[in-house]
Write a protein that binds this ligand. Structure first.
Ligand SMILES: Cc1cc2nc3c(=O)[nH]c(=O)nc-3n(C[C@H](O)[C@H](O)[C@H](O)COP(=O)(O)OP(=O)(O)OC[C@H]3O[C@@H](n4cnc5c(N)ncnc54)[C@H](O)[C@@H]3O)c2cc1C
Length: 511
């Protein structure tokens, strides 16, 4: 398929203009591709869209990845994973003849505003479309400030919002639509060839970190003004090479019997792919390709793809259609009313935040889940369900329970701050079939630990887990969840502004 056809059939459906400013041809040198969270140099539609634009403009692509010190929950854990991912992004992009500039803001290299300096010489900015966390708010703020076109491209989902074509409020209706579109999107061509190499350096004596040796990463991170009490995890590294190795391991070791093993936390029965998917080191297409090449039974494949494609992409779809996906207000009205009518019920315990964070409550099952977050930056799905619901019984109000749950999940889990975070948290807090009214929970269904404890190997596993060392981390006065007062309207509403011809470079469009 020719690049024009790929652009028309696929990339335009992944893209939306965030402003209606012109594409500036004259006096500019490149198409700037700013990656915040889709950190892979191959199979990346965001880069492909930038290349497609660059061909129309006869300009090279410049890829930029910058890491600030002050994003919410910035810690050694996230910095390490992100910078490992970013290094392999650079290596893979360089093999395609693409120039990447990487910059880390630190105490001895404090420049900020580098992105804006680079953007001044760009005809347009192509960035990755994220429906949650700071990526979403940064993208809109950049589009408002810059005097050139900003186009957001979805590189996180197999099937982007425009292709879905409608809004779905239940998983069965979403699943049916998504399934009907999968074969087309699994055939999406990627890795457009690139002919031109940008020749640019960082402005104002800022030191780039390109090709930084891995053994120097620790020193760089220690120079950043971030939370050093949350350490990097030991079980995974953020590079694409590690991600592919991990994916291959998961397909051989985890996949057989996934459907029957996935609910038992004491078995390594799931794939642990969520950090790689969250940071875009792997795209869903990479994972589906591996599944299709595996020997998995149809039952295991179906169940796994339902999690990866239906549930994961449903929560992206929901976040995309919500002004602020992190907000407690998104809970169903009936659940909020019922929880609120029980707000003054006496609670089983009111644990201080530090006790919760360090997994030191009277509930061993909960503690083990929390310690997985704290130590490994990941928690088993079945434990997460129990973990989220218990917080309602241990905090003063349902709003504080929500804030505590989001705060802990987002601060410690590598896959946190994701559409799946808030979608699943809503399930814990009442976005499901209501149950009989009871203290504290009202009609929000309770999950007991009985079923968890009855799974084979659980008792021994819980004891073993409790023996493992955990880091002691800084504890704030309150759990802080960044709200986004400037968020107005859903991203979907903006699609109405997105005339398809805005994705093409027309004469009238350029200056
Ligand atoms: C309270 C609570 C909080 C959660 N917070 C997050 C979060 O912050 N980030 C996150 O990615 N997931 C979250 N989940 C969903 C799920 O727990 C994780 O995606 C899963 O545990 C990741 O482990 P895995 O990669 O081994 O999953 P696997 O079972 O191997 O599944 C493969 C992939 O499918 C997707 N997936 C699996 N289960 C779900 C699900 N329930 N919802 C959406 N996608 C799913 C994930 O991308 C996952 O990597 C949460 C669930 C609950 C109940």
């Amino acid at each position: 398929m020719k690049s024009d056809q790929i652009f028309e059939s696929y990339l335009t459906k992944r893209s939306r203009s965030l402003n209606s400013k012109p594409i500036k041809k004259s006096g500019t040198h490149y198409v700037l591709c700013w990656l915040q969270q889709t950190l892979r140099g191959v199979n990346n539609p965001v880069i492909d869209a930038a290349i497609a634009f660059s061909r129309q403009l006869n300009q090279p692509v410049l890829i930029y990845h910058g890491l600030g010190q002050h994003y919410p929950h910035a810690s050694d854990r996230f910095h390490q994973f992100i910078l490992e991912a970013s290094k392999s992004l650079e290596e893979d992009a360089a093999r395609r003849g693409l120039k990447v500039i990487r910059f880390v803001e630190s105490q001895s290299n404090p420049h900020n505003g580098i992105f804006y300096t680079l953007a001044k010489k760009a005809s347009l900015v192509v960035l990755d479309d994220q429906p949650a966390f700071v990526g979403r708010w940064h993208a809109q703020s950049v589009a408002n400030k810059l005097e050139r076109r900003v186009v957001a491209v979805d590189g996180a989902r197999l099937i982007p919002e425009i292709a879905l074509g409608s809004t779905f409020s239940t998983t069965p209706s979403f699943r049916a639509r998504h399934t009907s579109l999968r074969s087309k999107w699994l055939d999406e061509p990627n890795n457009l060839s690139n002919d031109l190499m940008a020749d640019v350096d960082l402005p104002d004596n800022a030191t780039p970190i390109n090709m930084l040796q891995s053994n120097k990463l620790g020193k760089l991170i220690s120079d950043c003004d971030i939370d050093h009490t949350v350490p990097p995890v030991q079980w995974c590294s953020g590079s694409r090479r590690s991600a592919i190795k991990h994916l291959n391991w998961a397909m051989v070791q985890q996949f057989p019997n996934y459907a029957s093993k996935r609910n038992n936390p004491s078995e390594t029965g799931t794939t642990y792919l969520s950090p790689y998917l969250h940071f875009g080191v792997l795209g869903p297409g990479d994972v589906v390709a591996a599944v299709n090449e595996s020997d998995a039974s149809s039952r295991d494949s179906w169940k796994f793809l339902d999690e990866l494609l239906t549930w994961r992409e449903y929560f992206h779809h929901r976040a995309f259609n919500t002004p602020d996906p992190t907000s407690y207000d998104n809970l169903p009205t009936a659940a909020k009313a019922s929880l609120s009518s029980h707000s003054s019920d006496s609670r089983e315990h009111l644990y201080p935040l530090g006790t919760l964070i360090h997994g030191e409550t009277d509930d061993a099952v909960w503690n083990v889940g929390q310690r997985q977050f704290l130590r490994d930056g990941w928690m088993h799905n079945n434990l997460r369900m129990y973990w989220g619901k218990r917080l309602l019984a241990w905090t003063k109000t349902p709003q504080i329970a929500w804030q505590t749950a989001c705060y802990i999940n987002d601060r410690f889990s590598l896959d946190g701050r994701d559409p799946a975070t808030y979608g699943n948290m809503q399930w814990c807090f009442g976005a499901s079939k209501p149950s009989k009214d009871k203290p504290v929970y009202g009609t929000v269904p309770i999950k007991s630990n009985k079923a968890l404890l009855s799974k084979s190997g659980m008792t021994q596993w819980l004891n073993d887990e409790l023996e493992k060392a955990i880091p002691r981390v800084a504890v704030p006065q309150q759990p802080t969840v960044r709200s986004h007062p400037k968020a107005s309207g859903s991203l979907a509403a903006q699609l109405a502004l997105n005339e398809r011809n805005e994705m093409r470079v027309d004469k009238d469009d350029t200056q």
